[in-house]
Design a protein around this ligand. Sequence first.
Ligand code: ATP
Length: 352
Amino acid sequence: MSDFAELRLDGVRRRFGGRDALAGLSLTIRRGEFIALLGPSGCGKSTALNCLAGLLPLSEGSIWQDDARLDTLPPERRGFGMVFQNYALFPHLSVRKNIAFGLQMRRLPRDEVRRRTDEAIRLVRLEEHARKLPGQLSGGQQQRVAIARAVVLEPSLVLMDEPLSNLDAKLRLEMRTEIRRLHQTLGLTTVYVTHDQEEALSLADRLVVLRDGHVEQIGTPQELHNRPVNRHVADFMGYRNLLPMTVTAVDGERVTVGNGAGISLSGIAVGAPAEGDAVIAGIRPEDLHVGTAGLPATVEVVEYQGRELAVEARTADGVVLHLRAVTRPEPGDTITVTAAPDRVLVFPDGTS
Ligand code: ATP
């Protein structure tokens, strides 16, 4: 594996017909790091990945591996491994031959090809299926072949574009663990594209959240989960309750907000709001509880979700709240809803 300390994207921009699909991505990826590019459809994730891979030329900016410039090199000279959504296996070659193919193309000695292929097959636990054709495998097994085929070449960077999106929910979870295990075993630097925030949070060391081609936030799973920098990242990170409010009091980073119709909340300011400012209070469903005191709301929908129930309730002035409950309320019941003050984040309103 080529030895390097970091991979740097410096103001990487890609335009299509005068519109920015990616508007200047700067990011330093340390060797061994697992980075997730996360964002809704059309935010520029695949564009970023394809720029890195060399499948798309940059409109501006540069990509560096330590002191070597990479963006001027064709894809095959960058030494990266790719894993796609659709596996892209050779249908007429066995699992073993699919995995060995890249090594053979490099004209490595036969013994080495055999040894490394065996090792990769073991790594993705496909020993029993090595002689089968891709068409005889399940989706999850095919994706394992695709992963083995990429990692067998010991690339300096593995690029994965929504590799689990064609799998059913159970397999997706299994493969997620598998990818994490492989990453821990091999320590391969990985850039992983997904629109699934849970997947990104569970896999990555750091996440890059994109929106409309712009970076919204770069941070560890904890940072993004606990302190999203704005309402858009919050929305993406599961803050389903985003309530328009006005600031009524400020005490350092603690602020009190109200909606002038009965709702008053205490929370933590993101930014520096002043009294009278329009803001958005962000609260996760799991941080809103059914209590004995608080805001009255009428239950509208109750959904069973394993250990808990997901509840949608509406306040007297029409604000819809999403919360979790342990005991089942019935639609039409009146409940009182409370939020823990240190779990409410108060974001500036507006577009940023
Ligand atoms: P998805 O999850 O749906 O794949 P994405 O976040 O990967 O979305 P991109 O595929 O990177 O998004 O696209 C970003 C923007 O660039 C979109 O507005 C898209 O329409 C546009 N775009 C991407 N590829 C091209 C292209 N070849 N020609 C024109 N516009 C493009």
